[in-house]
Structures are given as C-alpha cells and as structure tokens.
Write a protein that binds this ligand. Structure first.
Ligand SMILES: Nc1ncnc2c1ncn2[C@@H]1O[C@H](COP(=O)(O)OS(=O)(=O)O)[C@@H](OP(=O)(O)O)[C@H]1O
Ligand SMILES: Nc1ncnc2c1ncn2[C@@H]1O[C@H](COP(=O)(O)OP(=O)(O)O)[C@@H](O)[C@H]1O
Length: 704
C-alpha cells in the first residue's frame, strides 16, 4: 500500500530507522533540486553544488534511489566513471515540492536566530507563517510545481509508458492553476482526507483554509485500470503530456453530500451541481502532481500571466498594493465606477482580472469579452491599471467561491479583492429563488479575510441616479424617494441585445455595445435549434417536415432536418437503444445542431431523446451559440400505440423489440419545454404553425 499521509514523507521512509535530522533533510532537498536542474552533471559537480563530500553524496543517492525519488540512467560518455547519470522521478519532484516549504521555514528560522544574535534584536520581518504560507508578501515569488526544462524532457519520455488520463476542459484549467501556483498551497488533486475536510469545514487535513474541492474525477472504467501507488500521465485533449501524478487516493465520493456542502443544495438547477452529477466521473483520484509543461493557449497569449509573472510585473512597477476585480461579464459603466472607487478606497493599483477558463453556461464567450475589455481599458489610466486573463474554471459557488477567488488573487500577488453584490451567483434554484443571499459572499469573505491575507473591498449594488447622472451604491442614496434610480439586469441586457433594442449610454460604453452586437446580431438573424422530443409515432418527423417547409418558404437562413430515423441510418448507424447508445446518439445530434446554430443556420432535430439530463446537456451546448427551442410532442403512449405506423409497438408488446421507449424503456417527460403540442384531433399544419408562432414570439423570426 502506498502511504497517503503528508508525514512521514518518502525521505523519512528512506531514512527509516533513525530519526532524521533537519540537516539530512536539507541535504536531500538540495540533492533533489540539483538533480532536477542539472540531471546530467557528474557526481563531482553535484557534490560540490550541494556542498557535501562524494561519499556523502553516494549515501544520499542510495537513499533517494531506494525511495524511488531519483533514478539511475545511462549516459554516453567515453569516461567510464561518468557513464551513470541521475534523473528526478515524478515522486522525487513531488517530494521536492513538499520539502520546499519546510526548507524555507528552516532557513527563515536560522535567519531570525542569526539576526538576533548579531544585532541583539529579532529581524523585524513579519513572522514566517505570514511570509511563506500566507504569502503576506505579495511580491515574493510563489512556489510552482514544475520541474526544470531538462527534467521535463526526461519525464516526458518516461511518461509515454504510463497509463494516461485525458483531461477534461475543466481539469485542464484546474491543473494549470495547480502547476503555476494559482492554487497554492495545493500540491496536487485533493486526497480523500483533504476533500472531506474541505467539504465539512473548508479546511484541508492540516487546517489550511481551502473552500472548493479540486478533484481529478474519472470514469469507473478508467478507475479499474489505476491502482493506488501508481504514477499516471495527464494529457490535454490533443494528447500532450502536461503533468504526471502519483495516485495516493482513489474513492467514490458522495456527490449529493458534496453538492449540499459546497453549493448549499443538491439541486441540478445549479450549473456546478448539474456538472457534478451529470458530467463529472464517478470516481475521484487524489495525489501530488509534477508539472511538465503549461497548457498551450493560442489566444491572447500576451495577456495571460502566471502568478509569478504578475508578481514580477508588480515588483517592476513598484505596485505595493493591488486591488483585483474578478469578472465573467463584459465591463459596463457600473463596473468602471466600482473599480475606480475600489482603487481609491484601498489606495491601490487596479488589476482587471477576468476569467477566461470556464464560466456559466450561456455567458458571453471570452473572445468577445476580451475585445470589450480592451475597448474599455482606454478609460483607465494605464499607469495605475492593468488587465490580465485568468484561466479559471468557475463553479458559481457564491460565498465559497468568493473566498476561493480571494485566495487565488492573493497567490497572483494582489492585496485587495472586490466583492460586489451576488458574487459568483449561479442564478435561480429549481423553486425559482436565489441560491444565496446577495451579500452572503461578502459575509463569508469577511469572516476569513485575516487568515487569507487579502483584504476585501466590498460594494453594495451600484445603480444609476438619473438626476445626478452618476452611479451610486444603493445603500448610500438618502433621497431614494425623490430621485430616479435606473438599472439594467443581466437578463434584461441579454433581451435587449437579442431583440436589437436600444442600450442607453448611461448603462454601457458605445464600443462595448458595438462589440456585443457584432458577435450577437439580433435573434432574427442568428441561428437556432428546434428540438422535438416525444414517443415513437408521436408525430415528431411529420411536424418537423412541415416546419422545415414553412421555414424554407420564408427564406433567409439555411434549414437542416436531423430526423431520428435518418440520423440513425447515417450518423449513428452502429448504435442500439441502450441508455449509453441513446445518449451518444443525442450528443451527436446536439453537436451537429450546435455547429449549424453557430454558423447562423436553423437545425430541426426530431429524435425521441428520452433522457432529461441529455437534453439539458445538448441545450447547454447549443445555447452558447443561439436559441434552443424544446418542443414536446405530447401524444400519449396509448395514441402512439393505436397509430403504430411502423408496427413496432406490436413487436415491442410481444417482446420482440427490447428496450422500447414507453413500453419497456423510460421516457422523462420534459418539465419546462418552450412548447408542448398535442396531436390528437389536431392537424399537422396547425401543430407546425404553433411552432412558428412560438419562434415569432421569441424574436427568432421577424419581418425584414
Ligand atoms: N427500442 C426502441 N426504442 C425506441 N425506438 C426504437 C427502438 N427500436 C427501434 N426504434 C426506432 O428508432 C427510432 C428512434 O430512434 P431515436 O434516435 O429517435 O431514439 S433515441 O432518441 O436515441 O432514443 C424510432 O423512430 P421514431 O418512430 O421516428 O421515433 C423507432 O422507429
Ligand atoms: N397532429 C399530428 N401531428 C403529427 N403527426 C400526426 C398528427 N396526427 C396524426 N399524426 C400521425 O402520427 C404518425 C406518427 O408520426 P411520425 O412523424 O412518424 O412520428 P415520430 O417521428 O414521432 O415517430 C403519422 O402517421 C402521422 O401522420
């Protein structure tokens, strides 16, 4: 069994019988560091670099190789004595990362003792706890989890033989921030013990504050191929090895409990709870990771900064205080006002720090947003304000998310963090109410901010006061009765953009509105998907065909019909009717429909699509590009059976067709479809016309 606990470490194990001294631990740390940066150096050079004799080096190397922290490799050298080389292993790198803090702690203590002895006082620097762990000093470099370039080349070759896990987009975001120190002090994906602590009291097993579980979720099938104690390679979606991980923990989490604890409710209306139940794998792996290379980004490369790059920038600019503004939306005038005020209040420089990883489904895409930010940046003085993009996968966890965002910003060298109204709010729950109170995030942040080492700049809701032509915090307006207070909510803004309506100057900047309109033309010019669902024989294909003809008669956008039967003959010809195969079939239809929608066309889909979660996933895929109109063809199963156009119901009743929807297989009736049509005693033309009326009412078809 592999050891899970933080201590004793592998070094302790390697030096098992005797109690190890801090000097021995220092030497081991220095050895690992030296082998990492100069793997091909001769023993003589290595010994000199770490300040030990050749004999001592040999003893250290033996301990390190026994503990699998370092491995012996061959080297082509004419000199016999130099034929052996050493390379750091995945475990060695993880051990080095772990020993770094202990090493620094000892050095600080030594420094303090020395300082006191030489000067008769203590150093006067803030206590160690604040200098490293809590990173009070926002300008000092922060530990990363990468190995050196030389070691990365070697580890990459070794990792080619390891079992691989292909990371999901969310895991790539998490891994990037783990590796570059954005999630400091985390050294890898959470172990089971840390996970339980984070859920129960927002603390890891050693007491460190950490509010959001960062897990490597995997499928059960993959879990069966991985043993605790094994090293695995983590690859991006193109197969590039980004990191290796030593698996110390493998467990099946209780996801309902996780949802309750982290998001406050086990309610699928919460995007992260939905992700947890319907997209995340059933099994979690935990363990330290070793960074080989950063995920590749081709977009906005110059605007992405690691925590250390930002810290270096602040150092260079002499920015001692920096207030960060987190956002997943375009910046409008209210945000500008809020950020100006925050910088003034904290007497700090301003970092606009938008999230470009994963945000809430349906948000404005990050390409458009970054263009909008750039347009607004001219409004800020460049000597005091900067922008950097953060590749974070948000969870929309409200209060816990705010604390998490604060810790991440602290790691990025910021000293202050803006928390406004409804920070990282996920929208309404399934009862139509808010998941969190509008200022819950501020309360939780306030409770922990001393410990976090970053200060909150809190704001109440900012609204436009027409008479004074300025933004004011709602709680500071004393003459509420006598003034006109204006505000445009996110939902209202989306509606105005979708319908091509006016967006007033007091709300946003003309450059921003222009950019938003360029990406999102009015709905009547955008692509969309009509998604029929219902039993076999309910009338989906018939109505879909009629609708297609009507839309083609109107013209303007290309129309594509993805009928269940036809898709199964072409796109999904190898699939059967198990849940897994049906889901795959619907995801394929959804993928094609999303491409059509993205490119401005109309997709009409007409599969049975019996599972609500799969329909929702398709909706989310499509809604980032255009409207998704779910039409439930609500013909009863009895009527479908009476029609039995293809004779399939008879065969299903006789048991000759298995897993037949409505007879021997489930159908989740849509709860909130955009439209539900009855077909009994109603002619096809009328059914298709109901859909047309719906499209019109949603602004998807309009007079030229
Ligand atoms: N076991 C079983 N259950 C349901 N349907 C069956 C089955 N076997 C064959 N068929 C025929 O396949 C058509 C349904 O395919 P879909 O792709 O729409 O189904 S699904 O959405 O993937 O569940 C469906 O066509 P429609 O009648 O057009 O709905 C049936 O003709
Ligand atoms: N109002 C109606 N709308 C659509 N189909 C109807 C209607 N009334 C009767 N039907 C009949 O229902 C049968 C099943 O239709 P079909 O489009 O093949 O269903 P599905 O594609 O859902 O399997 C056809 O014979 C069709 O003519």
């Amino acid at each position: 069994m592999f050891i899970r606990e933080q201590t004793p470490s592998r070094v302790h194990m390697a030096m098992s019988s005797t109690k190890i001294t801090s000097e021995q631990q220092d030497q081991m740390f220095r050895l690992l560091r030296q082998v990492d940066i100069a793997p091909d150096a001769s023993q003589r050079v290595t010994a000199a670099a770490i300040g030990v004799s050749l004999g001592r080096l040999n003893a250290l190397l033996k301990q390190a190789t026994d503990a699998k922290l370092v491995k012996i490799t061959d080297r082509n050298s004419p000199d016999k004595r130099a034929r052996v080389a050493y390379a750091i292993t995945t475990r060695g790198a993880a051990e080095k990362n772990k020993l770094t803090e202990q090493f620094l702690a000892r050095k600080f203590t030594e420094y303090d003792a020395l300082h006191a002895e030489l000067t008769g006082t203590t150093s006067g620097l803030s206590p160690f706890k604040h200098r490293t762990k809590l990173m009070q000093n926002n300008l000092a470099p922060i530990p990363e989890l990468f190995v050196s370039y030389e070691s990365a080349q070697k580890l990459k070759v070794d990792a080619a033989d390891l079992t691989s896990h292909d990371l999901t987009p969310r895991q790539i975001c998490d891994l990037e921030l783990l590796m570059n120190g954005g999630f400091n002090p985390l050294k890898g994906f959470l172990t089971e013990e840390d996970y339980n602590g984070v859920l129960d009291n927002m603390r890891m097993a050693d007491g460190t504050l950490w509010p959001i579980p960062i897990n490597l979720d995997i499928s059960e099938d993959y879990a069966n191929t991985v043993e605790v104690g094994q090293d695995i390679a983590l690859r991006d979606q193109e197969g590039v090895i980004l990191a290796t991980m030593t698996v110390t923990d493998k467990w099946a989490p209780n996801k309902a409990h996780e949802a309750e604890m982290v998001f406050g409710a086990d309610d699928d209306a919460h995007p992260a709870v939905n992700y947890l139940h319907n997209q995340a794998g059933k099994i979690y792996l935990g363990g330290p990771i070793t960074g080989i290379q950063q995920p590749v980004h081709y977009d906005f490369r110059g605007k992405r900064n690691t925590p250390n790059e930002l810290r270096a920038f602040f150092r260079k600019m002499g920015w001692r205080k920096v207030v960060a503004f987190q956002t997943r939306n375009p910046l409008h005038r209210a945000h500008q006002e809020l950020t100006f005020r925050a910088a003034k209040e904290a007497q700090a420089n301003l970092l606009i720090h938008p999230v470009v990883g994963l945000t809430k489904p349906g948000d404005v895409d990050h390409f458009t947003r970054v263009r909008c930010y750039e347009a607004v940046l001219d409004q800020y003085p460049s000597s005091t304000t900067s922008m950097s993009l953060l590749n974070l996968a948000m969870r929309m966890a409200g209060p816990r998310e705010a604390v998490w965002h604060g810790l991440i910003r602290k790691n990025h060298g910021c000293t202050h963090f803006i928390v406004g109204r409804d920070h990282a709010g996920p929208g309404n729950n399934s009862a139509g109410e808010d998941f969190y109170g509008p200022y819950d995030a501020q309360d939780l942040f306030r409770e922990h901010q001393d410990e976090m080492g970053i200060e909150m700049v809190d704001f109440k809701h900012m609204v436009w006061v027409a008479e004074r032509a300025q933004y004011e915090a709602i709680d500071e307006i004393e003459d509420k009765e006598n003034v006109t207070i204006l505000n445009i909510s996110g939902t209202e803004l989306r509606r105005r953009l979708a319908e091509g309506l006016e967006i007033p100057e007091w709300f946003s900047f003309p450059e921003v509105v222009k950019e938003l309109r360029r990406t999102k033309p009015p709905r009547s010019k955008q692509g969309f998907t009509v998604f029929f669902t219902g039993f076999s024989g309910s009338g989906k294909s018939t109505i879909a065909n009629a609708l297609m003809v009507k839309l083609m008669e109107m013209g303007g956008r290309p129309v594509t019909l993805l009928d269940g039967d036809i898709v199964r003959k072409n796109l999904s010809s190898e699939l059967g009717f198990s849940k897994e195969h049906r889901d795959l079939n619907i995801r394929r239809i959804g993928y094609v429909a999303s491409e059509i929608t993205k490119n401005g066309g109309i997709a009409i889909c007409a599969p049975i699509a019996p599972y609500a979660t799969t329909r929702r996933a398709v909706r989310e895929d499509i809604e980032s590009f255009g409207a998704f109109i779910e039409v439930h063809v609500a013909t009863t199963i009895e009527e479908c059976e009476r029609r039995d156009r293809k004779g399939l119901y008879k065969l299903a009743r006789e048991g000759k067709i298995k897993e037949f929807t409505g007879i021997s297989d489930p159908y989740d009736v849509p709860k909130n479809p955009e439209l539900s049509v009855q077909t009994e005693n109603i002619d096809v033309d009328n059914c298709a016309h109901q859909v047309i009326l719906k499209l019109e009412s949603l602004g998807l078809i309009a007079a030229e």
